[in-house]
Design a protein around this ligand. Structure first.
Ligand code: PMV
Length: 366
C-alpha cells in the first residue's frame, strides 16, 4: 500500500516572502535592490491530470499533461509606481485583492531573490488558462511571473529555484501543495509525479485531447477531505481504489511511451470508474463523459479534484477532436479546448504558441 507522503518541503521559509510552508532559496547576503532598467517577459501554460488525482495524495504516481494551448504571459516594465493589470484587477499593487495574493507572493519572492526593486514596476498579466477549473491557472500565472521578474533582472534561475519560487506562491494559493502543478506548467512533456518527485514521461507520437468545462468549479479541499473521510470509514475499499489508480497511471504512461492510444483510452475509462467509486465525480461531469462516449472518444475521465471542473477526453485525431467538441457543446459544456501532446523528440524544439484554440465558448462573459 502506498504511504501518504508529506508535501512540505524540508527547508524553512523566508518570512518576508512567504507565510506558508515553502522552500528556502539560495539567496545570498542582503544586497542593494536594483531598479528595473529593461522590461521582462515570462510565460507558462496550463495542466491537466491524465491519471492519479487523489491517489497521488497517498503516495501513488500521477501523470499530468502540459496544456500548451492554454497560455499565460506576464510582462514587467518600468513605471512611476507599482501597478498591476489583470482580468481580475487593475490598479496599484498595494491595493490588489486577496485573489491576487499568490501571484503577488511570486512577484515579491522572485524580486527578493534576484534583488530587484519592484516599487517602480508595471505588471501586466494575461492568461487563457481558466480560473478554478483544475487546469493549473494559479501555478501558470505564478510561473510566468517568476520567469518575467527574473528576466527583467537579467538573472537566469536554476530549474530548482524557479520551482521553489512557484511553489511558495502555490502554497499561498492552496495551502500545502503537492508540486505537481508547479512542475507541469513549466514542462513541455507530461510529468510523472510521485512522493514529491517529478520525472519526464516519454511520448512516442502526438496524442490529441479535448477538455470540456462543466461550467461548475470543484473544490479541491472538499474533494480531498471527502476521500480522506471515506478512507477513514472504509480503508480497504479506498486503498483498493488507490492501488487500482496507481496501476492505471503506470499503464497510461506505458501507452504514451508506446504510442498506443487505444490502451491509453481504455485506462482513462477505467480511471473514471475508479474515481466514481471514490465519490468525486458529479452529474455534470458524468453527462460530459456520456457525451464523449457517444461521440466515439477513445476514453474520457474527469481531470483534477472532481466534484465539478473539467473532463479530459482522448480523440482519435484532430478531425475527431472537432466531433468531440460538438458533442460536448450539445451536452451543455460551457467551454472546450483541443490540445495535443508534443512527441518527446520534438519537445525540445517546440516553440510556445502565442495563443490558444478556444473552439467554443458558451459563457456569456467569457
Ligand atoms: O483540481 P486540481 O488540479 O487542483 O487537482 C487536485 C489533485 C488532487 O490529487 C485531488 C489533490 C492533490 O493535491 O494532488
Amino acid at each position: 500500500m502506498y504511504k501518504p507522503e508529506s508535501n512540505d518541503l524540508e527547508v524553512p521559509v523566508q518570512p518576508e516572502v512567504a507565510t506558508t510552508p515553502g522552500a528556502q532559496l539560495s539567496v545570498g547576503t542582503e544586497r542593494p535592490l536594483k531598479n528595473l532598467r529593461h522590461g521582462g517577459l515570462g510565460s507558462a501554460h496550463g495542466k491537466s491530470i491524465l491519471m492519479g488525482e487523489h491517489s497521488v495524495v497517498y503516495g501513488a504516481p500521477a501523470v499530468a499533461l502540459p496544456l500548451l494551448d492554454l497560455q499565460t504571459a506576464v510582462s514587467v516594465r518600468a513605471s512611476k509606481t507599482a501597478t498591476i493589470t489583470s482580468d481580475l484587477y487593475t490598479g496599484p499593487l498595494a491595493k490588489a485583492p486577496k485573489e491576487l495574493r499568490p501571484v503577488i507572493t511570486a512577484l515579491r519572492a522572485t524580486a527578493h531573490h534576484v534583488g530587484l526593486n519592484i516599487e517602480s514596476c508595471e505588471i501586466v498579466i494575461s492568461s487563457t488558462v481558466p480560473l478554478e477549473r483544475g487546469l493549473g491557472s494559479s501555478a501558470a500565472v505564478s510561473a510566468a511571473m517568476v520567469a518575467a521578474v527574473s528576466n527583467a533582472a537579467g538573472v537566469t534561475l536554476s530549474d530548482s529555484d524557479e520551482f521553489k519560487l512557484v511553489q511558495i506562491a502555490e502554497n499561498v494559493a492552496h495551502g500545502t501543495s503537492s508540486g505537481l502543478d508547479a512542475h507541469t506548467v513549466r514542462s513541455l512533456t507530461p510529468v510523472r509525479f510521485q512522493g514529491g518527485k517529478p520525472s519526464d514521461v516519454h511520448v512516442a507520437k502526438p496524442f490529441t485531447f479535448v477538455i470540456a468545462d462543466s461550467g461548475t468549479s470543484g473544490s479541491t479541499s472538499a474533494a480531498v477531505n471527502g476521500v480522506r473521510m471515506l478512507r477513514e470509514q472504509s480503508p480497504r475499499f479506498v486503498d483498493g481504489i488507490i492501488n487500482g489508480l496507481a496501476d492505471l497511471a503506470e499503464r497510461a504512461m506505458v501507452a504514451l511511451g508506446e504510442g498506443n492510444e487505444y490502451d491509453l483510452g481504455s485506462s482513462m475509462r477505467e480511471g473514471q470508474e475508479q474515481l466514481t467509486r471514490l465519490g468525486v465525480s458529479a452529474p455534470a461531469l458524468d453527462a460530459l463523459i456520456e457525451a464523449a462516449d457517444k461521440a466515439g472518444a477513445l476514453g474520457a475521465k474527469l481531470t483534477g479534484s472532481g466534484l465539478g471542473g473539467c473532463v479530459l477526453a482522448l480523440a482519435k485525431d484532430q478531425d475527431h477532436a472537432r466531433e468531440l467538441i460538438a458533442g460536448f457543446e450539445a451536452a451543455g459544456a460551457s467551454r472546450g479546448w483541443k490540445t495535443s501532446l508534443v512527441p518527446s523528440h520534438l519537445a525540445e524544439e517546440y516553440q510556445h504558441p502565442t495563443g490558444h484554440e478556444g473552439l467554443f465558448d458558451n459563457q456569456e462573459n467569457a
